[in-house]
Every structure is written in structure tokens, then in C-alpha cells.
Design a protein. Structure first.
Length: 115
């Protein structure tokens, strides 16, 4: 989608530290990491969030947990633990409106998902 930051990253129009890519998914390092391991996993095709899935983006998104587990292992947090989450909408704090999942790990992440 025109003007979408993560579409531009997926198309390599904007640089990112890409750690995984296949036909329909791409993963890259978060530019403002909140943990020693902080990756973003996105479908290459645009959708704004989980309420906006198309058959194409749903099929890509369905593969994200498996890719995340592989990336967690590759980044050394398989044993220590990691978190996969997606913010959807204003109350969740979504700031980039292209569906993405945060993979976080490398430190204790706390027992609460919200304050
Ligand atoms: P959210 O707040 O869930 O929408 O997450 C958006 C994430 O995108 C934030 O953690 C940002 O740090 C991250 N982000 C913003 N711009 C970039 C960028 N150019 N490259 C990598 N990550 C980015
Ligand atoms: Zn997009």
C-alpha cells in the first residue's frame, strides 16, 4: 500500500535488518528494540491488522508462529523463553498499521501483558 512503512520494507524500498524472508513473509529487527531480541514478522502483502486479513494475508500470517519459533532458536532464546504478540488498534498501542508480530526475548519479560 502506498505510504505504508512496512510495505516499503517488504519491497526493500527502505532498509531494514532482515533476518528471514520467504515468498510471503519477511522478518527484521525492530529499530527501537525493547529486549535483546526484538524482531518483527510481517506478511509481505499489506493488511492493517488481524481484523483486516484476506485469504492471502491469513495464509501468510498462519505461518508466523512456526517461523517465529525458528527465529527464536536462531537468536538463542529458545531455551530461555520468548514472546510473540501483535498490537491491534489504538488501545493496544499499534503505531504501524501493517500487520506485524513482535518476537521478544533475551531478558525476563515480566508476567503481565498489560499494566
Ligand atoms: P506497534 O507499536 O505494535 O505498531 O509496533 C511498531 C514497531 O515498529 C515499533 O516497535 C517500532 O519500533 C517499529 N519500527 C518503526 N519503524 C521501524 C523501522 N523503520 N524499522 C524497524 N522497525 C520499526
Ligand atoms: Zn503495508
Amino acid at each position: 500500500m502506498d505510504g505504508c512503512l512496512f510495505c516499503q520494507i517488504a519491497k526493500k524500498e527502505i532498509p531494514a535488518a532482515v533476518v528471514y524472508e520467504d515468498d510471503t513473509l519477511i522478518a527484521f529487527k525492530d529499530i527501537f528494540p525493547q529486549a535483546p531480541v526484538h524482531l518483527l514478522l510481517i506478511p509481505k502483502a499489506h493488511c492493517s491488522g488481524l481484523a483486516d486479513l484476506t485469504p492471502e494475508t491469513a495464509a501468510a500470517a498462519a505461518r508466523i508462529p512456526q517461523v517465529a519459533a525458528r527465529l527464536a532458536a536462531e537468536h538463542g532464546v529458545e531455551a530461555s523463553g520468548w514472546r510473540l504478540l501483535s498490537n491491534n488498534g489504538a488501545d493496544a498501542g499499534q503505531t504501524v498499521f501493517h500487520l506485524h508480530f513482535h518476537l521478544l526475548g533475551g531478558k525476563p519479560l515480566g508476567g503481565k501483558l498489560c499494566l
